[in-house]
Design a protein around this ligand. Structure first.
Ligand SMILES: [Zn+2]
Length: 138
């Protein structure tokens, strides 16, 4: 959705003039207030944009061997739900600094705010389950 507003003003006295912005200079009427032929054109475009954001935060601790450095992994953002084709807000949090290491997943319908899915529990119970598979944390 977009809307364009344009206005023409006299450069001499700043009066708003009701003339089209595409009139060639030779055909312009002199400003009724000051007689100037110079103009200022303002063109304003308003555009409605839907933004979809995603964050991906990783907390690594140097005290662990390389494969275990990743302690906390948070992913949150908008994505298209495979099943419904609707926009959802998905949050997934894997926290290995908690005891026991914790897994949390929440999916909310972007339009209605309705909770579609919530899954939470010790990480060990989630290894190999659904979307936990593509996030190899050990
Ligand atoms: Zn003028």
């Amino acid at each position: 959705m977009s809307r364009t507003n344009s206005s023409v003003k006299c450069k001499g006295c700043n009066s708003v003039l009701y003339e089209s912005s595409d009139i060639v200079v030779e055909k312009r009427m002199a400003c009724p207030t000051c007689g100037s032929l110079n103009r200022i054109f303002n063109i304003e475009c308003l555009e409605k944009v839907n933004l979809h954001d995603k964050i991906d935060v990783k907390k690594k601790s140097p005290g662990y061997p390389s494969k275990k450095k990743l302690r906390v992994h948070i992913k949150q953002g908008d994505e298209i739900n495979c099943g419904s084709g609707k926009w959802v807000i998905k949050e997934r949090r894997i926290d290995k600094d908690k005891f026991p290491p914790w897994y949390f997943e929440l999916i909310i319908d972007s339009e209605t705010g309705e909770e579609i899915h919530r899954d939470e529990g010790p990480l060990t119970e989630h290894i190999g389950h659904g979307s936990a598979k593509d996030n190899p944390l050990d």
